[in-house]
Design a protein around this ligand. Sequence first.
Ligand code: BGC
Length: 581
Amino acid sequence: MLADMSVDTVTEATSPATGPLTPIHTADTAPGWWRSAVIYQVYPRSFRDLNGDGVGDLAGITEELPQLAELGVDAVWLSPFYRSPQRDAGYDVSDYCDVDPIFGTLGDFDVMMAESHRLGLRVIVDLVPNHCSDQHAAFQAALAAPAGSPERDMFIFRDGAGEGGHEPPNNWQSHFGGPAWTRVAGPDGQPDQWYLHLFDSSQPDFNWDNPAVHAEFERVLRFWLDRGVSGFRVDVAHALVKAPGLPAWGGRADGSSTDGFPGHEAPMFGQPALHDIYRRWREVLDEYGPDRILCAEANVDPLPRLANWVRPDQMHQAFNFPYLHAGLDIHRLRTVVTDSLMALDAVGAPSTWVLSNHDVVRHASRFGYNGHGPRDGDGIGPFDPQPDVSLGRHRAAAASLFMLGLPGAAYLYQGEELGLPDGTDIPEHLRQDPTFARTGGERLGRDGCRVPLPWRAAEPHLGFGAGESPWLPFPASFAELARDLQAGSPSSHLSLYREILRQRRALDLGRGSLAWAENWCTSSSLAYVNGTTLVLMNLNHDPLELPAGQVLLRSASPDDARYLASGETAWIRLESGAPTD
Ligand code: BGC
């Protein structure tokens, strides 16, 4: 399959190791575990099903945590497991301080925390402050109360436009498709006001102009901090505050535009008042000591603007979506790495790097296309052009090896260490992403990247759970990608990830420096030096002759050890230490 880690190849090439260097970033010495951490995203529905209902659960996570410790990650981030009708896979929360019965109980959560800490793993949980579920007690109270009441003021209710208020209050569109407003019946049963939901109609947006909403979320933060979590990934952190007057805007609620408006001008995004919210949350976290963190899921462009979110008195980290979106475009990658490090260094924050998560097509599938693949969040269906899975996995290994050599923190999405592709043949009746229903099937949504994990090839349901069928079906390829098969093979994707994380830690690359190695930066290859390690990625059609130095790792087994083939990355120990020219 992939890299053969059993031999360290010493090349005999004579090419100069790096040539001129363009330094971008010096080593980060500030304290803070998160600054260089590898954080593994667990998607609880799809991780491991111990109670046999076909959906993953907290006990299943506890059961398999040793595998994550063994992989070598520093922390896990759990997507929502709170009480929820599951209309948006748990991002529709009806009680922020309880566990949904499909995932277990608060007791199961405490057991999972204890086991994580025993294994030396930190746990970050997901906070969903932009919206809740329409089944949340506060929203039910708002529905039962009249217009203008304090109950309605927890949310964004407005009278409709046009005669009889039959039209939505403005033209905003839901991220999942269709209007971002839904009309309710008043307590007397007559058509009444409309409420705003940037996502599904079952996810009413909170009104962050109301201090009672602030107080409620401080309570939620403390509830989980008291239970020992190391921090929060903050869902759609850029959307909580809306521009005064809710001005009309022609784009989609994800910031993409249908009529030429750049995303950052969207009146539902990036409003200045957000910063005070996160300053306050930072104070709350700091009361618990310096080790608790906030990571923003903030779709904010450009990078210097995103850096405002991670100034020392606000969040600790923000996801680097420009990096994810750069794909394997050499020019964009170089630009985004440079801009990220420079913009974040300027405010004293570490950069983060990410290639996959539960909202995008997995990178092993995205990279299986030559030319355009699917749009983020739209998924791949059985009638779409299919990715070349083995090419995709080959390139995914190269991209991961490139990413994990970068200084800063990295986020991994469960299953990427197995090289899993998306499920592309999910029958329509099993699709659960609200995007599918809200667009009449035009956009398939994100189910493909959420297919459960294959743990043990010979067990029922590939070891995901011994009971009912998994909530989404496995693609045929998952059997040979099962974790137990890969664990026993030194040349597997899993073994490569383990070795990458081991060496990353040993070389302290997350705390390292970065300089572009200009001799190797061409239109189809990219290389940087971090400390004494040269990281070289070749996306050319032709093999590259490797420079002198010890090959520490390579993303694929070589046909000829002197060369780096197309779609491969290598880490090379420079013979003369960190060069200065
Ligand atoms: C989450 C999605 C979710 C949405 C609404 C996102 O950014 O990552 O999975 O559907 O927020 O909560």
